[in-house]
Design a binder for this molecule. Structure first.
Ligand code: LRH
Ligand code: MN
Ligand code: MN
Length: 386
């Protein structure tokens, strides 16, 4: 295979999971600007996700968030997805939207609240059994707002206990993905604030516990590609939640704020052998003011572009420059790849797969946007979509 053929083959295998909640209305705590035509049910979210896959060929699975996507029959929902050409992906748990969780969920000082949270997580594994999902994604809003509010170490012990109970319930081939976040909604301590804490818990649990890197969950200036390289080296990078941020957890389109950072991350993925089925590439975004389906198509394309550039890095030339201590040449090799316009290459890959080379144009021409505005009245806000 020529080198370019190998790059194309790798691009053809790339899959980006889209989140059900990105298809619904969303906003900030100041205002949710409702858009016309947004989904009213989990099935309508899947129908929109199927359009993203139809035009990109690269978004075959959809992540659910429970209870936002609660239905009576998850196997039937999985069947509906398959009828539309997509599959159900990661199950995201939600232990942050109940009054009981004021002081936390699995780290709460009261055993009864912790039990309720763990029961929810176990229910999510039941749902995975019904949907055939491989991954359970855990993000905890747990933390404290004031020094002294609770015991930092006791909270870690409670967390470890809860995680162990859920881990024990995982079936063969199922994974637990632990997501960290620097702050918010807690402002003083967060119980899983960083990759080190997530990694330490995963290490104790076993190989089915893996760390999720949400690209919006770090302090400004954090070198995310270093974290990616380290987790891959340790065999503990389970997934990405892709999005981009200017300030905090902005949940903007991946690759919009800092495409160079996304390239650097994807280079470490390629370099570390993470471009395999074991690392899940998910989006975790909200489209507050822009049209949702085109924004998600754009996001998938942004990931593809960063990946194509990462695959184009001349690794032989880079290794030679690095070995020779040629700082400028090594940097130039990397920048050459980053500065390549890969859009024609991706258009070619799409055409060779029988897709329209211009996914956004194809979506616009399909008439789906007009159809959903006409068909769907009273769309849902993301997060309250069940
Ligand atoms: C938390 C988070 C987590 C949640 C999602 C809605 O900020 O990134 O992944 O499940 O947002
Ligand atoms: Mn996330
Ligand atoms: Mn987030």
């Amino acid at each position: 295979m020529t080198e370019l053929a190998a790059v194309k083959a790798a691009l053809r295998t790339q899959a980006v999971e889209t989140p059900s909640w990105a298809y619904g209305n969303s906003g900030t705590r100041f205002k949710v600007f409702a858009q016309q035509g947004v989904p009213r049910t989990p099935r309508e979210k899947l129908a929109d996700a199927a359009k993203v896959h139809e035009f990109t060929g690269a978004a075959p699975t959809v992540a659910l968030h429970i209870p936002w996507d609660r239905v009576d029959d998850y196997a039937a929902l999985a069947g509906y997805a398959e009828d539309h050409g997509v599959r159900l992906g990661t199950i995201n748990s939600n232990t942050f939207q109940d009054d009981d969780y004021r002081l936390g969920s699995v780290c709460h000082p009261e055993a009864a609240v912790r039990r309720k949270a763990v029961d929810h997580l176990l229910e999510c594994v039941d749902i995975m059994d019904a949907t055939g999902s491989r991954d359970l994604k855990l993000w905890f809003a747990d933390g404290t707002n004031y020094p002294g509010q609770d015991d930092i170490r006791a909270r870690q012990d409670r967390l470890a206990q809860a995680l162990a109970q859920v881990y024990a319930r995982l079936g063969d081939g199922q994974r637990m993905l632990l997501e960290y976040k620097l702050f918010e909604p807690a402002f003083y301590t967060t119980d899983v604030p960083d990759w080190g804490t997530a990694y330490a818990h995963c290490l104790k649990l076993g190989p089915q516990a893996q760390v999720v890197v949400d690209t919006g969950h770090h302090a400004p200036g954090t070198n995310i590609e270093f974290i990616v390289a380290t987790l891959l080296r340790e065999g503990r990078l389970g997934a990405f939640d892709f999005n981009s941020r200017f300030y905090a957890d902005d949940d903007l389109m991946v690759g919009a704020a800092d495409p160079f950072q996304l390239f650097r991350i994807m280079y470490e993925v390629v370099r570390g052998g993470g471009f395999t089925a074991d690392v899940a590439f998910m989006l975790d975004q909200c489209h507050n003011i822009e049209a949702k389906i085109p924004a998600i198509i754009r996001s998938v394309m942004n990931v593809q572009e960063a990946t194509a550039k990462a695959l184009l890095v001349d690794r032989g030339a880079l290794a030679a420059a690095q070995a020779a201590g040629d700082v400028l040449e090594a940097n130039a090799v990397l920048m050459d790849a980053y500065n390549t316009d890969v859009r024609p290459l991706l258009a070619e890959v799409r055409e060779e797969s029988g897709l329209d080379p211009d996914p956004l144009g194809a979506y616009r021409r399909s008439g789906w946007a007009e159809k959903i505005v006409a068909d769907r009245v009273g769309g849902l806000q993301a997060g309250w979509g069940a």
